[in-house]
Design a binder for this molecule. Structure first.
Ligand SMILES: [Zn+2]
Length: 177
C-alpha cells in the first residue's frame, strides 16, 4: 500500500522512520500527557499549539517555513503543484501525476521529515535552540550525502535524481532565519 515508505532510494533507518511516522508510533509529548493541560505539552517549535504529529510536521509555523523552501525547490524541477497535507507529508502518498518525481519527492519529504524530528528531539532533550534556516541547511547536506553514497554503489540508480535536487537547491535563496 505505502510503496514510497520503502522506496529504494531510502536507507534502512529512513524506511523504519517512515513506517513509524505512517503508523503514528513515535512519541510525541501529547501522547504521554493525555491527562494534563495542553499548555504543558506545547509544541517545542512554536510553544503556542499542543504537540501532535500533524502539528509539528504539517501545521506548525516552523515546519511551514521549512516546507515552503521544499515547495520552492520542487517547483524548480517540476511544474506540478504539490499539496502539503498530512497524507502527502506523513503517509507519503504521492499523487499519481507526480510519480515521475517519485525518487526526488520521497527523498526530500523523508529527509525533511526526519530532520524536523531530530530537531524537535534536540530541543526537547538537549535544550538546543535552532531555526528553520538551520534545518534547511541540514536538508541540503543530507541530499549531498545521499548523492555521495549513491555514487559509491556498485549499481547506482538515483545519482541523476539527486544531482537534479542539488542543482535546484543551489539556485534557491535561503530564508533569513
Ligand atoms: Zn508548533
Amino acid at each position: 500500500m505505502w510503496l514510497n515508505i520503502n522506496h529504494t532510494a531510502l536507507p534502512n533507518y529512513l524506511k523504519t522512520f517512515n513506517y513509524r511516522c505512517a503508523r503514528d508510533v513515535r512519541p510525541v509529548l501529547t501522547k504521554f500527557n493525555n491527562n494534563r493541560l495542553a499548555a504543558e505539552v506545547a509544541c517545542p517549535f512554536c510553544y503556542t499549539e499542543p504537540e501532535t504529529l500533524n502539528h509539528i510536521f504539517v501545521d506548525c509555523i516552523f515546519s511551514k517555513i521549512v516546507w515552503a523552501f521544499f515547495a520552492n525547490l520542487f517547483s524548480r524541477i517540476s511544474s506540478f503543484k504539490l499539496n502539503f497535507d498530512a497524507e502527502t507529508l506523513i503517509q507519503l502518498r504521492i499523487p499519481r501525476q507526480l510519480y515521475l518525481f517519485d525518487t526526488q519527492l520521497t527523498l526530500l519529504i523523508t529527509l525533511t521529515h526526519h530532520l524536523l524530528w531530530k530537531t524537535r528531539n534536540q530541543i526537547v532533550y538537549e535544550n538546543k535552540t535552532t531555526t528553520p534556516r538551520k534545518v534547511i541547511q541540514g536538508i541540503q547536506r543530507s541530499i549531498k550525502y545521499r548523492h555521495h553514497l549513491e555514487k559509491q554503489k556498485a549499481v547506482p540508480v538515483h545519482v541523476d535524481a539527486l544531482q537534479t535536487l542539488i542543482n535546484a537547491a543551489n539556485e534557491l535563496k535561503q530564508p533569513r532565519n
